[in-house]
Design a protein around this ligand. Structure first.
Ligand code: GAL
Length: 701
């Protein structure tokens, strides 16, 4: 059985850098960690020189002696490949391993992540160091798993080196076969961009007004993702040869231009995320009255569990954060480390590892605090960690259960990347995702992100009563067939403006909109417009309720006998025209809303489609609290019901309700029936006070 994320235990860990500290501190540090409840450490992700100090010269003395000390204790280790930080000697001897900016300037040694995925030389060195590390450290009894690299695509997710251009050409040749097919897909007839040979094709380069062919950029983003996935795959394949059978392979972080689903399916046992919620207080768009604040990080956790329902947090914030050159996040207030740990667990994390044990005294990250400050003295955060450990003892039965949601928000990488490069798409997408997520949070309606990939089938969708596909600008016949099957069976699908006007190359379709979605939506779109700035707020009137149709308005017209106008625009020159159409399709319903989803629109859909507050019969909680339910998956043959299993493990179908108070003052919640609270072990009922940053976990079945 795996040591962590094994369905049986919730485990705490921390990130440790033996190379930063005098050897005399190692044993003491490990003992102090164990005393505080830390069972696992992650090591070595930036320590290439400790294994290969010069080209081809390998030494194992450093980590051998550290692991010898570890093995005097029960501590377990996640060992990392060090490829995020290539050594100086490597960059000096082989500058082709370096990544470059769009203008071709090489990123030099001195920071991290300065390599490119496609350099054949870097791939060789990365494969060698992975092989040497895995072969030597894989058999060590204390090693329980492997982290590949560190935060792939963090710092930069764009690659413009010569090696990337060479690999991009190969990627395109495989995809298009001929240069003519590429010209057609990229619409290079526009502005005389036509290519006559593959050697003329480059990764995007600096151009006048920074304008680039969008179809080329879309393929370029797919290419970057492919490159990162292949790089992770290269390492995973090597580690698999040497790791012990139960040891796992993971990597950390969720960064741009990377199909994390594909990477996880191909190379990992599960994904881990790095969670620093206190940056919510420092974002540019931070507003004092914003109710979500650090709760916004639940959106990232929602992304993480869309990849691995049970995942790990490889880096959980445990102190003030910042580089010496940028970023700043305050020290967690008393109780917030606990809150954020529980936030992660509420979404499905069965492993939470704090970044980092000691705060580094040198380098860029001297302000990125860990549990201990520079001196290493006993402190408040260490005391809070002990308390978290103590509380988790009562919560172990939750392990292996997964987040429960009846509402899904559909996503796909083609549209994510198109929205990234296309400002019109980006505006509606950003608005709707922000508001749909906030509306779900504020109405206590758990949601999942559901990614449409080549592997997605009807069984992945039918568990949702309502699915939103906010702005499926790019649509394919295959995805439409799946959505039609979902609605035909009884599902409710809600689409927003701008659906279906592009194909997979990002070319606009010469069709009546919403293109491939027209039949399912029962809608025609004779006209459309951005909301004119001088119109201010344009609303739709939905049975007397005015809801904002934000950013962009498709002016609709019902098509077919099953289509019905539910709301009309109340403002602008299109007042009175349809803004929302419901089309009955098979046993289900498709809704087409002409705008992006404002907060009030998102709330109205959740309420009117009967999806809001699915746990209202259990409790009332104020808006400022998040709720989440984790349930043990029910297998086909398994009997549902919490009492089904023997021993410590809860049975299939057993469920727990988390209530998390992000407010800076106590709140009251009302329990509508007696419920067992796990962190204090008491039965609670009626009005219960939740202290500021307080968390309750109730067993509900
Ligand atoms: C993460 C990274 C860590 C550390 C931390 C603070 O992004 O994985 O290595 O750098 O942030 O910057």
């Amino acid at each position: 059985m795996r040591e962590i994320i094994n369905g049986n235990s919730l485990t705490l860990g921390t990130c440790y850098y033996p190379e930063h500290w005098d050897r005399s501190l190692w044993r003491e540090d490990l003992d102090r960690m164990l005393e505080a409840g830390i069972r696992v450490i992650r090591i070595a992700e930036f320590a290439w020189n400790k294994i290969e100090p010069r080209e081809g010269e390998y030494t194992y003395e450093f980590f051998d002696s550290f692991l010898d000390v570890v093995e005097e204790t029960p501590m377990k280790v996640i060992f990392c490949t060090p490829t995020a930080t290539p050594p100086a000697w490597l960059a000096e001897e082989y500058p082709e391993i370096l990544n470059a900016g769009m203008d071709g300037t090489l990123y030099r040694h001195g920071s991290r992540r300065h390599y490119n995925y496609n350099s054949a030389i870097y791939q060789r060195f990365a494969a060698n160091i992975t092989e040497k590390s895995a072969a030597h450290y894989g058999p060590r009894p204390c090693v329980i798993g492997w982290q590949i690299d560190n935060e792939l695509n963090c710092e930069t997710s764009e690659f413009y080196s010569d090696s990337d251009t060479v690999a991009f050409r190969e990627f395109l040749k495989k995809k298009y076969g001929t240069i003519e097919a590429l010209n057609e897909a990229w619409g290079t007839v526009f502005w005389n961009q036509t290519y006559t040979a593959w050697s003329e094709v480059y990764v995007p380069q600096t151009t006048v007004s920074n304008s680039t062919n969008p179809h080329r950029v879309l393929d370029y983003l797919r290419f970057i993702s492919d490159s990162a996935c292949r790089f992770a795959g290269l390492q995973a394949e090597i580690i698999r040869k040497y790791k012990k059978p139960d040891d796992f392979i993971t990597t950390n972080g969720l960064f741009g231009n990377l199909d994390n689903h594909r990477m996880t399916e191909e190379s990992l046992d599960f994904i881990t995320y790095d969670s620093y919620p206190n940056f919510a207080y420092c974002l540019d768009d931070y507003k004092e009255k914003d109710l979500l604040k650090d709760r916004k990080w639940s959106r990232n956790l929602t992304e993480t569990r869309a990849i691995s329902p049970n995942f790990g947090i490889m880096e959980q914030q445990s102190g003030a954060n910042g580089w010496n050159t940028r970023m700043e996040a305050p020290t967690p207030r008393p109780g917030q480390m606990t809150l954020w740990t529980m936030q992660s667990i509420a979404h499905g994390a069965d492993y939470v590892s704090y970044f980092r044990w000691r705060t580094c005294t040198v380098g860029t990250e001297i302000y990125w605090h860990g549990i201990l400050d520079y001196s290493g003295r006993e402190n408040r955060r260490l005391r809070e960690l002990r308390d978290i450990h103590h509380r988790l003892e009562g919560l172990q039965e939750v392990a292996g259960s997964v987040y429960e949601a009846k509402v899904g928000i559909l996503k796909d990488y083609d549209n994510i990347w198109d929205a990234q490069l296309d400002k019109w798409h980006e505006r509606v997408d950003r608005e709707s995702l922000k508001n749909l997520f906030a509306a779900a949070q504020l109405t206590h309606t758990p949601v999942d992100f559901v990614y449409l990939t080549e592997r997605t089938g009807l069984s992945d969708l039918r568990k949702y009563e309502v699915l939103f596909y906010p702005h499926a600008v790019i649509l394919t016949k295959e995805r439409m067939a799946l959505l039609e099957a979902y609605v035909r069976e009884g599902g409710k699908l809600v689409m927003g403006c701008r659906t279906g006007y592009k194909d997979m190359s990002g070319r606009c379709v010469m069709d009546y909109l919403p293109g491939l979605a027209a039949e399912l939506a029962g809608t025609d779109i004779p006209e459309y417009s951005f909301v004119a700035p001088d119109d201010g707020k344009v609303c739709a009137d939905w049975d007397g309720e005015r809801i904002e149709a934000a950013v962009f308005n498709d002016i609709l017209a019902p098509v077919g006998e099953n289509a019905e106008v539910l709301a009309v625009y109340a403002d602008s020159y299109y007042a009175g025209e349809p803004a929302l159409i419901r089309n009955r399709f098979g046993k289900g319903e498709a809704y087409y809303f002409g705008g992006a989803f404002s907060l009030e629109a998102a709330k109205a859909f959740l309420r009117r489609l009967g999806a809001a507050q699915p746990y209202a019969e259990l409790l009332d909680v104020p808006e400022g609290c998040e709720i989440a339910v984790r349930r043990k998956p029910v297998t086909e043959n398994g009997a549902a019901g919490g009492a089904a299993a023997a021993g410590e493990t809860a049975g299939e179908g057993a469920a727990w309700l988390f209530v998390l108070n992000y407010q800076h003052e106590p709140v009251q919640i009302t329990l509508k029936r007696p419920m067992q609270e796990l962190t204090c072990g008491k039965l609670e009922e009626g009005t219960v006070t939740l202290e500021k940053f307080g968390v309750k976990v109730y067993r509900i079945s």
